[in-house]
Ligand binder design. Structure first.
Ligand code: GTR
Length: 390
């Protein structure tokens, strides 16, 4: 009887702590931390004060409380072309498979980049780089498998280069094995409560691929668009926030601890993400389980770190888990920082209808009809954003 009671209590505890809300009417009242007030209480009224004081403060808060430190030092980096084909995609593109090998303290990690460069477009070409969190077959260099997750032909036909790397090269997406990658190079990160974990490692990888782009004459390093879906979209945001070399950020269905506001407590919540994926964020983030209002940041501030560069956030109508409205509201809130740069977004006051994209700089958004996914429809709109800014 006693053990039955204990089991019952445990079950009640578990279900209440991870209960999900999908009802807009039940979103609690909340106050977002201010974007334009420094920790010392000063109003931020200029771009200069944003860049000199408030931006670094916010970046630090995200590092310390959520994504972890981003180590910048390494001993050396080497790029090796492993395979190439000038007549890929029926002559439309050049395939390059490049190994990016990074060394530190006699340890190394290898990032395998798959890339196609358009043969008939102006070079150096802008490039879309996907942080691939799904199967490697989605970025098949042979093109036997063609996936909407990475519609390489479509990007090439639009005149852009397209690249991808897989998250498992940096940190396997598993709580027991995530340390078998970049973290071997930075073991001190594992000791720190604000140390880098898997999502940070994937974002770190995007920056090393950026290092490579700076050394490939076919690629315009000033026009690199970092793309991620869902957990990969959390990483693309963090990569672009950290590394201002990325010209554009695309975050597709990134939801909780991505582009959606945590304080709305709609769909996935911090307790749930930290419980299911304890290897994604730093140890400090666990303090905010069921405690969203104590976070010194919310996700509109992560988006603001990307200003004045364009950002595209998406959702899917059946993916309430990722809180489409909370994502739209985060973008709207970040408008304050774009305004410091004299930029006005073209976003409407309220979330646009399903399948009514607003693919324009500086803040782009759409809510595609359908499931949690990254599709050719989404990519078509990312291309529209990139076109619209040239
Ligand atoms: C879910 C997770 C989300 C999102 C998603 C995905 O299980 O709760 O935060 O990252 O996985 O990556 O597809």
């Amino acid at each position: 009887m006693n053990s039955l009671l204990t089991a019952l209590l445990l079950l009640i505890c578990l279900t209440t702590s991870v209960a999900q809300n999908y009802d807009e009417a039940k979103v609690p009242a909340y106050v977002l931390p201010p974007l334009l007030k420094t920790t010392a209480g000063q109003e931020v009224k200029s771009k200069k004060m944003w860049e000199d004081v408030r931006r670094p403060e916010i970046l630090r808060l995200f590092e310390d409380n959520i994504y972890g430190q981003m180590p910048k030092d390494y001993d050396s980096i080497r790029y090796t072309l492993k395979n190439g084909d000038r007549a890929a995609m029926n002559g439309k593109a050049t395939l390059k498979e490049v190994a990016v090998q990074v060394y530190r303290n006699r340890k190394s990690v290898q990032i395998n980049v798959v890339m196609f460069v358009p043969n008939h477009a102006k070079k150096p070409a802008p490039v879309f780089v996907l942080i691939n969190n799904r199967g490697r077959e989605n970025t098949d260099p042979t093109r036997k498998v063609k996936s909407g997750f990475w519609p390489a032909e479509m990007v090439i036909d639009s005149g852009y280069a397209v690249a991808a790397f897989h998250v498992s090269d940096l940190a396997p997406d598993n709580k027991d094995t995530f340390i078998n990658g970049v973290l071997q190079l930075y073991p001190e990160q594992l000791e720190a409560d604000n140390g880098m974990k898997a999502i940070g490692a994937w974002a770190w990888g995007a920056s090393r691929v950026m290092d490579y782009f700076e050394n490939d004459k076919d690629i315009d390093p000033k026009n690199v668009i970092v793309v991620g879906h869902s957990r990969g979209g959390k990483a693309s945001l963090w990569a672009a926030a950290q590394d201002q070399r990325f010209a554009v950020c695309v975050t597709n269905c990134s939801g909780n601890t991505g582009a959606a506001l945590a304080r709305r407590q709609f769909g996935e919540r911090i307790t749930r993400i930290n419980t299911t994926f304890p290897h994604w964020f730093n140890n400090n983030y666990k303090k905010f389980n069921a405690n969203e209002n104590q976070l010194p940041v919310d996700q509109h501030m992560l988006i603001a770190l990307i200003a004045p560069r364009p950002l595209y956030a998406t959702n899917a109508s059946k993916d309430l888990w990722a809180d489409p409205t909370g994502t739209f509201l985060a973008l709207k809130k970040a408008e304050e920082v774009y305004a410091l740069y004299g930029m006005r977004s073209k976003l409407p006051a309220n979330p646009p209808a399903i399948n009514a994209p607003v693919p324009y700089a500086p803040l782009a958004y759409h809510n595609r009809e359908g499931e949690h996914d990254l599709t050719a429809y989404d990519w078509g709109n990312f291309i529209r954003l990139v076109r619209s800014r040239r």
